[in-house]
Design a protein around this ligand. Structure first.
Ligand code: ADP
Ligand code: TZD
Length: 573
C-alpha cells in the first residue's frame, strides 16, 4: 500500500511520508540509523512502507554503513539520526565519507529553529546545519513540507555529481507533522534525472595523455578507489591489458583486476614507484598514502624526470602535490574509453627490460613471502593467521573483506589477494579506526554475500557492540579479531611502576568470542592456523554471525604498523 493510499481518506500527506516517498522515488530502499525523538516514527513508517531499516547501537556505525553502501552501489547511503548528540555521532562518518569520496546523506532530526536560534535551551539543542557545513560536501535544511522533494533531490545530486561525497540534510521536528494536499505533495517530489552525468574528457587532453604514455620507457598505472567506485571494470581491464602497462592497485582498488594478474606490480611496489618514468593515476590522489608523489618512495632525484597523467573527475585535484603533465578531467569510464580509442593494434607494449625487471622482483618477493607464510610458529603470528585468510578468500572470491587495525591492516592488504572489484573495504584515506562493524553490516545488507572482517583487537573495540546488530539481522558476517592484547602489540610496560598498565595494553587473553555468543551468534577461539581455518570455513559456509578470537603472538607487530615514520618522536626532522 502506498503512503498516498494510506492517507487518501484525508487527501493529505504528512512530512514523514513525503520524506519516505521522495527517497523511494529515487530508488533508495535502505536506511541505516538509530531511532529517537524526533525520527522514531520515521523509522517505523519507512519500515511499514517497505524500506529496509537497519537500526544500530551507535550512530557512527550507522553512518559508516551508509558510506560503504554508497561506495558499493553508487547511490547515496542514508544515515538517519536524532538531534545534537546523535547528529554528532553520525558526523564523523559523514566527514569520513566525504574524505573518501563516498556518496552518503546524513539526515538528522533537529530541534525547533525558533528556540535553537535564540539559544533558549531546547531538548538536544544545536545549530546542526552550521556545524555540518564545513565538514561535508553540501548541507541543506528543509522547513516546509512542500520543499521536501527539492531538499532530497538536492541532497542526492550533491552527493553523487562530480566528486562524490557526504551531504547533510537537516529536518526540524516540526516538519514531519506538517501536512499538505496529497496530490500536490506527490507533484512536489523530484525523481533526480542523471545525477552523475558522464563527463567526457576534452580530446586534446586525451591526445596529451596518449602521447606521454607512448613515449614512456617505464610506464605505470596506479588504480585508486575512485576507479573501483566508477564501475568501469571492463574498460579499465581492457586498458591495462591492451597497453600491457604494469599496474598497482591502492588498497580498495584491489580486485579491479585479480591480484594474481601477471601485470600486477604489487609485489614489486617499492621498485616500480621509485623507477617509473610515466605514472598514470586513475581515481587515486597523490596524498600521504602515495608519499605526496615525491621523496624517497618516488626515487628522490629520479622524481625530477617523472611525469604524471591523472584521470579524475575533480579538476582542482590536479597539481595538488606535484605538477601533473597530463590532466584528464572526466568520469573514469569516459576517460578510459577515450584512451582506448588511441590504443590500437600497433600499440607498442612497454619495453621488455622494464616488465622483465618487475617480473624478477615479483618472483623474488613472492617466493620470500611464500616461505614466510608457510611457517607455523606458536603462538600464531600475523603471517600464519593471514595465510589462512588468504586461502579462504581465494576459495570464496565473492566474499566481502572488511579490514582495519594497524599491523592487521598492513599485513592483510599485502598478503590477502582479491579477485573481484569492490570486495575490499578498509580504513581509507584517513586511516580511521571504527569502520569495521558498520562496513560489515553494509557489505552484508547491500551484497547479500558472506562478509569476512579482519580486525585488530583495538580496531574492533571501536564498533564491537554492533555484533548485536549483526546477530539481530542474522547477517552472514565472520569477524576475526587478531588478538595480540593491545594497540599494535601487547607488550608495552608502564615505566612509572604504578599499577596501571601501559596506554597501549589491554586485558590479557580477552575472550572476544563471548561477545558474539552473548547475542546468540557463534563464538570460537582459534590458537592455530588449523583451528582458524576450520572456524572460518564453517562461518562462511553457514552464514551464521560468527566471531573468531584469533590468538596472535603479543610480541608480533610493530608500532603503528607501516606508518611508524609519522610518529612525532620517530619522524625525520
Ligand atoms: P585511493 O585512496 O585509493 O588512492 P583516493 O580516494 O585518494 O583513492 O582518490 C579517489 C579519486 O577518485 C578522487 O580524487 C575522486 O575525485 C576520484 N573519483 C571518484 N569517482 C570518480 C569517477 N567516477 N570518475 C573520475 N574520478 C573519480
Ligand atoms: N582513533 C581513530 C578514530 N583512528 C585511529 N587511526 C587511531 C585512533 C589510532 N590508531 C591507529 O592508527 S591504528 C590503531 C589505533 C588506535 C589500533 C592498532 O591496534 P590494533 O591492530 O590492535 O587494531 P594491530 O594489528 O595490533 O596493530
Amino acid at each position: 500500500m502506498s503512503s498516498q493510499a494510506s492517507t487518501a481518506a484525508s487527501e493529505t500527506i504528512d512530512g514523514f511520508h513525503l520524506v519516505i516517498d521522495a527517497l523511494k522515488l529515487n530508488g533508495i530502499d535502505t536506511i541505516f540509523g538509530l531511532p529517537g525523538i524526533p525520527i522514531t516514527d520515521l523509522t517505523r513508517m519507512a519500515q511499514a512502507e517497505g524500506m529496509r531499516v537497519i537500526s544500530f547501537r551507535h550512530e557512527q556505525h550507522a553512518g559508516n554503513a551508509a558510506a560503504a553502501a554508497g561506495f558499493l552501489t553508487q547511490k547515496p547511503g542514508i544515515c538517519l539520526t536524532v538531534s545534537a548528540p546523535g547528529f554528532l555521532n553520525g558526523l564523523t562518518a559523514l566527514t569520513n565519507a566525504t574524505t573518501n569520496c563516498f556518496p552518503m546523506i546524513l539526515i538528522s532530526g533537529s530541534s525547533e529553529r525558533e528556540i535553537v536560534d535564540l539559544q533558549q535551551g531546547d531538548y538536544e539543542e544545536m545549530d546542526q546545519l552550521a556545524i555540518a557545513k564545513p565538514l561535508c560536501k553540501a548541507a541543506f535544511r528543509v522547513l516546509h513540507a512542500e520543499d521536501i522533494g527539492v531538499g532530497i533531490a538536492r541532497a542526492i545530486r550533491s552527493a553523487l555529481s562530480g566528486r562524490p561525497g557526504g551531504v547533510y540534510l537537516d529536518l526540524p521536528a516540526k516538519l514531519f507533522a506538517q501536512t499538505m494536499d496529497a496530490a500536490a505533495g506527490k507533484r512536489s517530489l523530484i525523481e533526480v534525472v542523471d545525477p552523475a552525468p558522464r563527463q567526457i574528457p576534452a580530446p586534446d587532453s586525451v591526445q596529451r595523455a596518449l602521447a606521454l604514455l607512448k613515449g614512456a620507457k617505464k610506464p605505470l598505472i596506479l588504480l585508486g578507489k575512485g576507479a573501483a567506485y566508477a564501475q568501469a571494470d571492463a574498460e579499465i581491464r581492457e586498458l591495462v591489458e591492451r597497453t600491457g602497462i604494469p599496474y598497482l592497485p591502492m588498497s580498495m582498488a584491489k580486485g579491479l583486476l585479480p591480484d594474481t594478474h601477471e601485470q600486477s606490480a604489487s609485489a614489486a611496489r617499492s621498485y616500480v614507484l621509485a623507477e617509473a618514468d610515466v605514472v598514470m593515476l586513475v581515481g587515486a590522489r597523490l596524498n600521504w598514502l602515495l608519499s605526496h608523489g615525491k621523496g624517497k618512495t618516488w626515487g628522490n632525484e629520479k622524481a625530477m624526470a617523472r611525469q604524471f597523467i591523472q584521470i579524475d573527475i575533480a579538476p582542482t585535484e590536479i597539481d595538488s602535490n606535484v605538477a601533473i603533465a597530463a590532466p584528464l578531467i572526466g568520469d573514469i569510464g569516459s576517460c578510459v574509453s577515450a584512451l582506448l580509442g588511441g590504443v590500437d593494434k600497433n600499440w607498442a607494449k612497454p619495453p621488455a627490460d622494464w616488465t622483465g625487471a618487475i617480473a624478477d622482483r615479483k618472483d623474488k618477493n613472492l617466493s620470500k613471502m611464500a616461505e614466510t607464510l608457510a611457517k607455523n610458529p606458536s603462538p600464531m603470528n600475523f603471517h600464519s593467521a593471514l595465510n589462512v585468510v588468504r586461502n579462504i578468500v581465494k576459495d570464496n572470491p565473492e566474499a566481502m573483506l572488511v579490514n582495519e587495525g594497524a599491523n592487521t591492516l598492513d599485513f592483510t592488504r599485502s598478503i590477502v589477494d582479491m579477485y573481484l572489484p569492490r570486495k575490499r573495504l578498509d580504513v581509507g584515506t584517513w586511516g580511521i579506526m571504527g569502520i569495521g562493524m558498520g562496513f560489515a553490516v553494509a557489505a552484508a545488507v547491500t551484497t547479500g554475500k558472506p562478509v569476512i572482517a579482519i580486525e585488530g583487537d583495538s580496531a574492533f573495540g571501536f564498533s564491537g557492540m554492533e555484533v548485536e546488530t549483526i546477530c539481530r539481522y542474522n547477517l552472514p558476517v565472520c569477524v576475526v579479531v587478531f588478538n595480540n592484547n593491545g594497540v599494535y602489540r601487547g607488550t608495552d610496560v608502564n615505566p612509572s611502576g604504578t599499577a596501571d598498565v601501559a596506554p597501549t595494553v589491554f586485558v590479557k587473553n580477552a575472550r572476544y568470542e563471548m561477545m558474539m555468543q552473548a547475542f546468540g551468534g557463534v563464538g570460537v577461539m582459534a590458537s592455530t592456523p588449523a583451528e582458524l581455518d576450520k572456524a572460518m570455513r564453517e562461518a562462511v559456509a553457514s552464514g551464521k554471525p560468527t566471531l573468531i578470537n584469533a590468538i596472535i603472538d603479543e610480541t608480533a607487530g610493530t608500532e603503528s604498523g607501516r606508518i611508524t615514520s609519522l610518529n612525532p618522536s620517530t619522524a625525520k626532522k
